[in-house]
Design a binder for this molecule. Structure first.
Ligand code: NAD
Length: 497
């Protein structure tokens, strides 16, 4: 079955979320349930892609490369991407509802971060592509006539886009925006937990006049499902992925077949380093956000905090007070400041770490369990914001990514020690440094092994800058012109004069 209208709009008792292939919504033979994180209610049935569905999407994407899309000038593509961004903003409330239904996150958060950034990602990369300068070299030749070289950027082709559930629209468009700006076509595999905004974007693509086959969406799971079918498909020229490091490694293996390039944005175990000379209130406010926003489900979030010893007790007390002010509740309620985890399954994983911390002898400063919720929310994946002290860097709590609203605070004595302990981890995504000593800020930022170092801030993003992880947190950089390295082939033309 295929239709140009999104069946999710029909007012059936349980909505159906379809694939979006070749400009049309398509059902599947198999379906899976999408449940609400706030109360475990069934909110949608989602089409589950077969190998044939994925193949149809990849073939549509390939055909679109040599269709009208492939003939467009950069200026025409830029106009279309602006129309997509405007289309998201026009449908702002629909995207907001869909994202909040899938994730359970507070409306206030999705309204300020997820949806505006989802739209902005199309404009920023349209601007990058419009303004990026080219490369030109003159060379001498033995006959004295010389030669010139210039570089041109060409799309890599069909890009497979595999996404996580924590910031679904934002992280998906962070890849689709530059991929399309560079003239590629995409097949997106959203997380099985968050299928709705990717599907809804199909409507916006059609309304904006993006030719059919340029943007495709297939739903399903990872192994032996849509994720694997897409990443192993020989018709996919490049794969961009955000998610867990273990999944990234599996995708890298799949991409080795055919020697296809990958861009991997993966897990983290991010530190904050708080020096005694910091602006205390700013450090507390920033660390509260970095530990607990989005219920701790942010790849850049802080799960270990190193605090200079003279400040330690005051810092722990203030962070505890801030954590205890967070209010779980209905996403629409104005006073809700923390949502649930994405699923019961993820809560089981995070609670296992809560239990492990207690077994290892951690002092639970606050939280450590499940909050009391009203009857209508009782079955949701709610969890308490949690702070521990009393464990060292060797504990799994300090080493492994938990991806929940929890953090371990540890004292340190010297700058060199803080740097060494921050670096003593397999991951290297981001670190927040809190200090009023300018020289120290630059010194520490240079010495830590991460892709992103923040000084006296967190999550402050200029989308023109490089984004990505060091060590096991990532391969490659996206953002601004850096995205062009992945989403284009740079071709050199050498002309003998
Ligand atoms: P995940 O790795 O479980 O899943 C991500 C996506 O990969 C999903 O769409 C999933 O279906 C798919 N997938 C799973 N196995 C696959 C396979 N074998 N082949 C192909 N696709 C497969 O990650 P998640 O739980 O959705 O997201 C949380 C993780 O994402 C955390 O580790 C977090 O740190 C990371 N993350 C990183 C960044 C970053 O920018 N570095 C941003 C957000 C999230």
């Amino acid at each position: 079955m295929s239709t140009t209208n999104n069946p999710a709009d029909t007012h059936a008792s349980v909505r159906q979320i379809h694939h979006f292939i070749d400009g049309q919504y398509r059902a599947s033979e198999r379906w899976f349930d999408k449940r609400s994180p706030i109360n475990h209610a069934l909110i949608a049935q989602v089409a589950q892609a077969s190998r044939a569905d994925v193949d149809a999407a990849v073939r549509a994407a390939r055909a679109a490369l040599s269709g009208p899309w492939g003939q467009l000038s950069v200026a025409q593509r830029v106009d279309l991407l602006y129309a997509v961004a405007d289309g998201i903003n026009r449908r702002f409330d629909d995207f907001l509802q869909a994202e909040v239904a899938d994730t359970g996150k507070p409306m206030s958060l999705a309204r300020h971060i997820d949806i505006p950034r989802g739209a902005a990602n199309f404009k920023i990369f349209a601007d990058v592509v419009k303004n990026v300068p080219g490369e030109y070299f003159e060379m001498t030749t033995p006959d004295g006539a010389g030669a010139i070289n210039y570089a041109m950027r060409r799309p890599v082709g069909v890009v497979g886009v595999v996404c996580p559930w924590n910031l679904p629209l934002l992280l998906m468009t962070w890849k689709v925006g530059p991929a399309l700006a560079c003239g590629n076509t995409v097949v997106v595999k959203p997380s099985e937990e968050t299928p709705q905004t990717a599907a809804l974007l199909g409507e916006v693509m059609n309304a904006a006049g993006i030719p059919r086959g340029v943007y495709n969406v297939v739903h399903g799971f990872g192994p032996d499902s849509a994720g694997e079918f897409l990443t192993t498909h020989a018709g996919v020229n490049a794969i961009t992925f955000t998610g867990e490091t273990r999944t990234g490694a599996a995708i890298m293996k799949a991409a080795a077949d055919g020697a296809r390039p990958v861009s991997l944005e993966m897990g983290g175990k991010n530190a904050a380093i708080v020096f005694a000379d910091c602006d205390f209130d700013a450090a507390i406010e920033g660390t509260l956000r970095s530990c607990f926003v989005n219920c701790g489900q942010v790849c850049l979030g802080t799960e270990r905090v190193y605090v200079e010893r003279p400040l330690f007790e005051r810092f722990v007390a203030a962070l505890k007070e801030g954590a205890e002010r967070l209010r779980p509740g209905h996403p629409e309620a104005a006073d809700t400041s923390i949502g649930p985890l994405i699923s019961q399954e993820h809560r089981n994983k995070v609670l296992a770490y809560y239990r492990k911390a207690a077994e290892l002898g951690a002092t639970v400063v606050t939280g450590g369990g499940v909050p009391q919720m009203p009857d209508d929310l009782r079955n949701g994946a709610w969890i308490q914001p949690t702070i521990w002290i009393g464990l060292g860097d060797d504990s799994p709590i300090a080493r492994e990514e938990i991806f929940g609203p929890c953090t371990l605070i540890m004292p340190f004595d010297t700058e060199a020690e803080a740097i060494a302990r921050t670096n003593d981890n397999l991951y290297g995504l981001s670190t927040a440094i809190w200090t009023n000593n300018l020289a120290r800020a630059h010194r520490v930022a240079a010495a830590i092994e991460v892709g992103i170092a923040w000084v006296n801030s967190w999550f402050l993003r200029d989308l023109r800058t490089a984004f990505g992880g060091a060590k096991q947190s990532g391969i490659g950089r996206e953002g601004g012109v850096h995205s062009l390295e992945f989403y284009t082939e740079l071709k050199n033309v050498c002309v003998k004069l």
